[in-house]
Structure formats: structure tokens, C-alpha cells
Design a protein around this ligand. Structure first.
Ligand code: C2E
Ligand code: CA
Ligand code: CA
Length: 530
């Protein structure tokens, strides 16, 4: 093994797999480690020009003459790859400091071994190779870098509308536009499948880059004579002390958030996102056990006729009380239950429990049960409802199923059939959160609804927004025309109450007239209203 030469005895480079050299300003090798002796430099490299050695490598390999020139001239700090005659491939970084140039390279042949290691569409790095890039950056512990996870928002549509050839063409265009913006792009940009790219930028580059790319990539692309209008979302994370996988995961979490918030934007990773993800993981595990552990319960929020304020029914609302984590909002865990497929057993339990409760009340009192979209579209919904009704003995006309537009968005035959079968046994339907979706009117005509629940947002903004008043008025008029009952949700003040009454709304449900009640409290309310 070659003797390692260094300025200080405290350096012990033999253990490093990474090769490196330190060059004087004139490009002469001052010292280097043993790994470098085994690759580019050889035994007697000290005092020789590093550029000569690189130039030699460039003759056989893939490193470009300009890259060699730039590195040696110390023009910039950056990364590139090169391949030796013996086919070994290296990822090389150079940093320029005040009076010397530091160049290091790592053997990444293994990641290049299959299919040349490059993405076939764009010729860029794949995710695996990119991980090596990040690992190297982290090991260098030099200037701060930012990792971008960029994704075309509508790449799937482009593929479907124009075909894969156009899709691939677009990817190449995007990769060109990105590489045009980052220095030494070749080793810093990866294509990781579909319309997704990963790349590194320095701290100085990162902020302007975000703006430029959002603008540049959203401009129309002329691809095979077709105009394509993509938008992009980006997740950005700092490449700091953690490992490469963590950094990429952070960027990907930020990207998820950017997409969830409508796309066409960049979001920077924050530790809160990580915490949110951890909470989600925790809730997932706990939710799987919740039903068996009897942690779920129902509360009942009363519904009144506006005129005379007579009690007409209750809406069953799910509660999850976790022994360690306290009460978890259904707004948080219902979407999770849908994601995990738990909504079916949970929904069945809700139906059974709510029907049993309602059967103990007098005939004039109905029960509303929320049916989530996934549950409504499942093949078991009709039998679940029938079983709940049979077991409780509840008159089907007292059961009101609340569904949202989301449940019927696809106007497909099976959904119509579900409505038909349930209507046939006498069950009622409410359109929940009315006004928050889009083509609500046509749904009201197409599907056999009995009631419209005017969304809380309209009631809440009654005093601030004149439109809300107009919307409530027209929904109530529409209800009358179609023969549907109208109920306003989220009524909290007498002021709102008198407004909805004036506009002809027939029923009310809100904190003003009653909060969601524990079962025994609901029983007492029923008894006192009889
Ligand atoms: P939702 O169906 O729109 O239920 C009404 C929500 O508004 C309930 O929140 C209720 O407590 C709240 N609310 C009622 N009156 C007022 C008011 O005057 N002011 C305010 N600020 N809020 C009021 P909750 O119980 O947290 O439920 C949230 C959502 O979770 C429900 O919205 C529903 O989408 C879902 N959910 C609840 N229980 C179930 C269930 O058993 N199954 C399914 N699939 N979803 C459920
Ligand atoms: Ca509801
Ligand atoms: Ca609602």
C-alpha cells in the first residue's frame, strides 16, 4: 500500500474508501490518500499535475474534457462522473477552498452495473445512484445543499391523452430544462420514474431555482407538434446530518404536501411534517385495534324542526377515545380508516349501534348515519344496512343515510342500484355537506334524495358574506320544488337561526340547539320532548 502523505499526523486516511487528492493552486498534487493511489494517482503522484492524470482518464473514459478543465482550474465546486479504462465508474466531487483544491471520488461501479445504471428515457441517474450522490454530499460536510423532489402534476394525463411517446419526450424536455438551471447537472439530477425527478442544489441556488423552475416548467412544452401544459410540484429538504434515505424521505413528504394542497407549488420540509407522519403511523396501528378494544363510541346530535323547535331526530357521530392519546377527531381518523380499509367494519359497527339506539326511541324520532364514500360503493353496503335494521327491529323509514357527493361522483350503474335497493326497503337519503362539491344540482335530480343538508360553511359565513344568504335561500327554494326537506348544519347563534328560518329552511342541527350528546343524555332529551 502506498505511503499516505499528509501535513499532520492526526490524519489517518487509510481506512477511507473514498479517494482524494489535495491540490495546490497550480494544480500540483500536494497529498493524497491510499485509495487514490489505487485508482487515478498511482504510487508517485506527489508533485505531479493532477490534470494530466485526469486527462489520461478522460481519453478512455466518459469524463468530458471541459469537466476536467473546470475541475482543475478550480472554477467551481461540483460533481461529475468518470469512467476508467477498466470500466470502473467514479463519482467525483471537487471543492475549491482558499488556497487549495480538494478533489475526491468514489467507486460507484456497482450502481452502474445493470443496464448501464441509467434511466433509459432520460439518460439520467436513477434513484439508487442518486442516493450515492447524496451520501457523498453528506459525508463531505461542506456547504449546505438542498434536495428537490420534483413531480409533474399531470403526467399521467399527458400519457393517457397523447400516448407514451409524447410522455417520454416531455420527460426529456423537463430534464433539459432542469439541467439548464443547475451547475454540473449530470451528477446532480436523477429521474426516478413517472414524471418525477430528484436533484441537488446549493444553498445559493435553491431559492431562485424554485421560482425559476415553477415558472419554466409550467410554460407550454411543444412536444411532437402538440402543446402540453404541465404544472409541477416540488418538495424541498435540506441535506443535513441525517442519512441519504432520510433526506430523500423528507423531500418526498414535502412533495406530498405540495400535491395535497393542489400542486403547482413548492413546499419545504419541516419537522412538523415528520411529526404528522409519525402521528399518522401511530394512529394507523392504534386504529386497527380500536374496534376490538371498544374504544369507539357514538354520540348523538339532535335535529329539530325550525318551526316550534320540535325534536325530529339525531345524527350519529363517531368518537374515538384512545387510552393514551385521548380523543381523536373523526375528521382525522375517518380518512385514515378509509385508507386502511377499516371503514367497512367500523361503518358496520356504527350502523348496528345507531339502529339499536334509535329503535329504543319513539317512532317520530329518526336516526341519521354517515356513510363514507368507500363504504357506500362497497358491495356489502346493502346487506350491512339490512342486517342492522333486522337485528334492531328499527323501521327502515326512520333510518336516514347521509352521503356526500364524493360517494356518487361516478354516476355508475352499481351506485344507482344501491340507491334503488335501499329505497325499496324504505331507507331515506340525505345529501351531506351540500354546496361544497360541484354539480350538486344534477345529482339531486338523478338520485333519490329525501333531504339536503346545507353545509356549515354557508351558515358560518352568513353575516360576512351576502352570497351565503343567497345560496341558502335558493337551496331552500330548490328543496321545496323538488319536494326535499332542507336542514341547516352548524347553526350556533340566534342570528343565524332567524336567518335560515326566514329563508325557508325547515330543520336545524347545530350547537345552538344541541351539541352531540352521550347516549344516555340523548335518551333523556328524547324522554323530555315526548
Ligand atoms: P359531518 O357529517 O358534517 O358532521 C357534522 C360535524 O359538525 C360534526 O363534527 C359535528 O360535531 C359538527 N357540528 C355540529 N354542529 C356544529 C356547530 O354548530 N358548530 C360547529 N363548529 N360544529 C358543529 P364531528 O363529530 O367532529 O364529525 C366530523 C366529520 O366526521 C363528520 O362531518 C363526518 O364527515 C365524519 N364522521 C363522523 N362520524 C362518522 C361516522 O360514523 N361515519 C363516517 N363515515 N363519518 C363520520
Ligand atoms: Ca353528516
Ligand atoms: Ca355535514
Amino acid at each position: 500500500m502506498a505511503k499516505t502523505t499528509g501535513p499532520s499526523a492526526t490524519f489517518c486516511f487509510q481506512d477511507f474508501l473514498t479517494s482524494f487528492v489535495v491540490l495546490a493552486e497550480n494544480g500540483v498534487i500536494e497529498w493524497y490518500n491510499s485509495a487514490a493511489a489505487g485508482t487515478l494517482v498511482g504510487k508517485n503522484g506527489r508533485g505531479r499535475l493532477f490534470s494530466e492524470m485526469l486527462a489520461e482518464a478522460a481519453k478512455f473514459g466518459t469524463i468530458s474534457k471541459t469537466a476536467v478543465g473546470r475541475i482543475i482550474a478550480g472554477i467551481e465546486t461540483g460533481s461529475t462522473t468518470f469512467r476508467l479504462e477498466d470500466a470502473r465508474t467514479f463519482l467525483l466531487h471537487s471543492h475549491v477552498s482558499k488556497s487549495s483544491i480538494y478533489v475526491e471520488w468514489t467507486d460507484i461501479s456497482s450502481v452502474f452495473s445493470d443496464a448501464g445504471g441509467r434511466d433509459p428515457t432520460t439518460g439520467l441517474f436513477t434513484r439508487r445512484e442518486f442516493l450515492v450522490v447524496i451520501d457523498n454530499l453528506l459525508a463531505q460536510n461542506s456547504a449546505r445543499h438542498f434536495i428537490f423532489d420534483l413531480r409533474l402534476d399531470n403526467f399521467k394525463d399527458v400519457n393517457e391523452l397523447f400516448g407514451h411517446a409524447v410522455g417520454d419526450h416531455l420527460l426529456r424536455r423537463v430534464s433539459e430544462r432542469i439541467s439548464g438551471q443547475i451547475r454540473i447537472a449530470e451528477a446532480r439530477l436523477a429521474h426516478v420514474g413517472g414524471g418525477e425527478f430528484l436533484f441537488v442544489a446549493t444553498e445559493d441556488e435553491a431559492l431562485p431555482l424554485t421560482e425559476v423552475l415553477l415558472d419554466l416548467l409550467s410554460r407550454p412544452h411543444l412536444v411532437d407538434g402538440k402543446m402540453v401544459y404541465p404544472t409541477v410540484s416540488m418538495g424541498v429538504a435540506i441535506a443535513d446530518g441525517s442519512n441519504a434515505e432520510t433526506v430523500l424521505r423528507n423531500a418526498s413528504l414535502a412533495l406530498k404536501k405540495a400535491r395535497a394542497e393542489g400542486g403547482n407549488q413548492a413546499v419545504t420540509f419541516t419537522t412538523e411534517m415528520h411529526e404528522a407522519m409519525q402521528r399518522k403511523r401511530m394512529l394507523e396501528t392504534e386504529l386497527r385495534k380500536a374496534l376490538a378494544m371498544r374504544e369507539l363510541s357514538l354520540v348523538y346530535q339532535p335535529q329539530f324542526r325550525v318551526k316550534g323547535r320540535r325534536l325530529v331526530g339525531f345524527e350519529a357521530l363517531l368518537r374515538w377515545n384512545h387510552p393514551d392519546h385521548g380523543s381523536v377527531s373523526p375528521a382525522e381518523f375517518i380518512p385514515l380508516a378509509e385508507e386502511l380499509g377499516l371503514i367497512l367494519p367500523i361503518g358496520e359497527w356504527v350502523l348496528r349501534t345507531a339502529c339499536r339506539k334509535a329503535a329504543s326511541w319513539p317512532p317520530g324520532i329518526s336516526i341519521s348515519v354517515n356513510i363514507s364514500p368507500l363504504q357506500f360503493r362497497s358491495t356489502t353496503i346493502v346487506s350491512s344496512v339490512k342486517t342492522a335494521l333486522e337485528n334492531s327491529g328499527l323501521d327502515p323509514r326512520r333510518l336516514d343515510l347521509e352521503v356526500t357527493e364524493g360517494a356518487i361522483l361516478m354516476n355508475s350503474a352499481p351506485i344507482m342500484e344501491t340507491f334503488r335497493q335501499l329505497k325499496a326497503i324504505g331507507v331515506r337519503f340525505s345529501m351531506d355537506d351540500f354546496g361544497t362539491g360541484y354539480s350538486s344540482l344534477s345529482y339531486l335530480q338523478k338520485f333519490p334524495f329525501d333531504k339536503i343538508k346545507i353545509d356549515q360553511s354557508f351558515v358560518r359565513s352568513l353575516s360576512a358574506n351576502r352570497d351565503s344568504l343567497a345560496i341558502i335561500r335558493s337551496v331552500c327554494a330548490l328543496g321545496k320544488t323538488l319536494g326535499l326537506t332542507t336542514i341547516a348544519e352548524g347553526v350556533e347563534t340566534e342570528e343565524q337561526m332567524s336567518q335560515i328560518e326566514k329563508k325557508g329552511c325547515q330543520q336545524v342541527q347545530g350547537y345552538l340547539t344541541g351539541r352531540p350528546l352521550a347516549p344516555d343524555v340523548a335518551d333523556r332529551l328524547v324522554a323530555s320532548s315526548a
